[in-house]
Ligand binder design. Structure first.
Ligand code: FAD
Length: 426
């Protein structure tokens, strides 16, 4: 099993007490995958009194949910314009509402279950040049027209320096409606809440085979689960479990380092507002401070499936460009994780063709912290017969990825904000 040298793992509040599946079980719904999508779908279903078994190949949060940058960015989908033509005006407007609702669902969950995950508001998209700053200005104007309910400030010069100090940036857009958190502690808190509501979680239980039919039979080495309904929530770690789902995305890697704790003076010198920061280049840097004053600095590459052999060296190079004075900072952790990217960079949600009792949600394209919460709620509503966003989400078509043309948008990677209409504006 892959060893993850992540800061999150070392600072997890607790681990989930759940053994491997060792006997056959029956359930109304079986969920495969213990990340944000699977755990929150389970939690939402349990809140509605539905009986759920969740199977996770490793332990809860092992995938992207326990490794990501923790940037909770308002919105859904990097660039909804890419799917604009597939929706009516009212459906397209619904997407905007979903982006706001994603934040409400996530923050509401933290509050309801008192999850200690270091959540804070404050996120700034920074621009490397005037062209990219203009894109942020246009974005601000666009959001103002949509009556975006949070404060958005365009920052330049000394105003920007009150948030982040790097000679690289010419300006930034500060958003009080987005923020950051410790993702592993969030998903662990959610999983514990689900268990308390009766969800049966089995860890170290990789699903080996699924038989679909009026009942689904989900096989692991230790036993099987027979259920009325099934949800695939495996995202970039699906591998060969379902070849049809896999045809709709490619995987790429993102990575991060965590420095040793910094002094208050150091922090005041380069990130005085302690906001989460992301730049708006296609392959970007994303970073923030941890609760114990470490700099968590992440990045990705242009290349599908490429993983640098020396993560620390690779990221240090990027860090040096932004903050030369931190070039020799001590690094305590370096880790990577897989992301799933579809051709339109929009989450893939739906029912499997020919199987009305089999659902899936995947391919958040490196922008899944908030969206996965909204998607999980939509899935749970659909499964329990309530009206929600499932119809609109599942209406969006996702081409199979096989040609270079469908790969073009994949140059966009982790952490980009949904409302970065930049790609369309320039
Ligand atoms: C390094 C990195 C940085 C990121 N930064 C951000 C960010 O700052 N902001 C943001 O919004 N998004 C970010 N993302 C994206 C975000 O983490 C994901 O979109 C989100 O976590 C997806 O959640 P998920 O539950 O769908 O998938 P995952 O969390 O990956 O969970 C899938 C789970 O399925 C399990 N599984 C797979 N196959 C099987 C099987 N056969 N049997 C049983 N279990 C199985 C896996 O073990 C895994 O635990 C980042 C991603 C990475 C990798």
């Amino acid at each position: 099993m892959e060893t993850i040298n992540s800061y999150y793992k070392s600072s997890a509040n607790f681990s989930i007490d759940a053994s491997a599946l060792a006997s056959d079980q029956a359930a109304d719904v079986c969920i495969i995958g213990g990340g944000f999508t699977g755990v929150n779908t389970a939690l939402e279903l349990a809140e509605r009194g539905i009986d759920v078994v969740l199977l996770e190949a490793h332990d809860i949060g092992w995938g992207g949910s326990g490794r990501n940058g923790g940037q909770m960015i308002c919105g859904i989908g990097h660039d909804p314009e890419l799917i604009r033509k597939q929706l009516s005006d009212s459906e397209f407007a619904e997407l905007y509402g979903m982006g706001l609702e994603a934040v409400q669902v996530l923050t509401g969950r933290i509050k309801k279950y008192d999850i200690q995950c270091g959540f804070n508001w404050g996120y700034c998209t920074v621009a490397y040049d005037q062209k990219r700053l203009s894109a942020l200005k246009e974005l601000q104007g666009f959001l103002a027209k949509q009556n975006y309910p949070f404060e958005l400030s365009l920052l330049e010069g000394s105003d920007l320096e009150r948030v982040v100090r790097s000679e690289r940036y010419v300006g930034g857009l500060y958003d009080k409606g987005s923020g950051y958190l410790h993702p592993l502690n969030l998903v662990l808190g959610e999983a514990r809440a689900a268990q308390e509501l009766g969800v049966r979680i089995y860890q170290n239980s990789p699903v080996e085979k699924v038989e679909k039919g009026s009942k689904v039979v989900v096989h692991t080495a230790g036993g099987k689960v027979i259920a009325n309904k099934l949800v695939y929530a495996c995202n970039a770690y699906l591998d060969d479990l379902d070849v049809n789902l896999k045809k709709h995305f490619v995987t790429t890697n993102a990575f991060s380092i965590a420095s040793a704790p910094l002094s208050d003076e150091q922090i005041q010198d380069f990130m005085p507002a302690r906001a989460a920061i992301c730049d708006n280049r296609p392959v970007l840097d994303y970073y923030r401070l941890s609760e114990d004053n470490r700099l968590l600095f992440g990045g990705a590459t242009h290349f599908v499936e490429y993983l640098p052999s020396d993560l620390e060296k690779h990221i240090r190079k990027n860090l040096r460009k932004v903050f030369p004075r931190l070039a020799d900072i001590k690094v305590d952790y370096a880790w990577s994780g897989r992301m799933a990217l579809g051709a339109n960079l929009f989450p893939q949600v739906g029912k499997m063709s020919g199987h009305t009792n089999v659902y899936f949600a995947q391919a958040y394209a490196g922008f899944g912290v908030g969206p996965s919460h909204l998607v999980a709620k939509s899935l749970a509503k659909e499964i329990s017969g309530e009206t929600g966003h499932f119809d609109v989400l599942s209406k969006i078509r996702h081409p199979k990825i096989f040609a270079s043309t469908t790969l073009n948008p994949l140059w966009v990677t982790a952490g980009k904000c949904w409302h970065q209409l930049e790609a369309k504006l320039h």
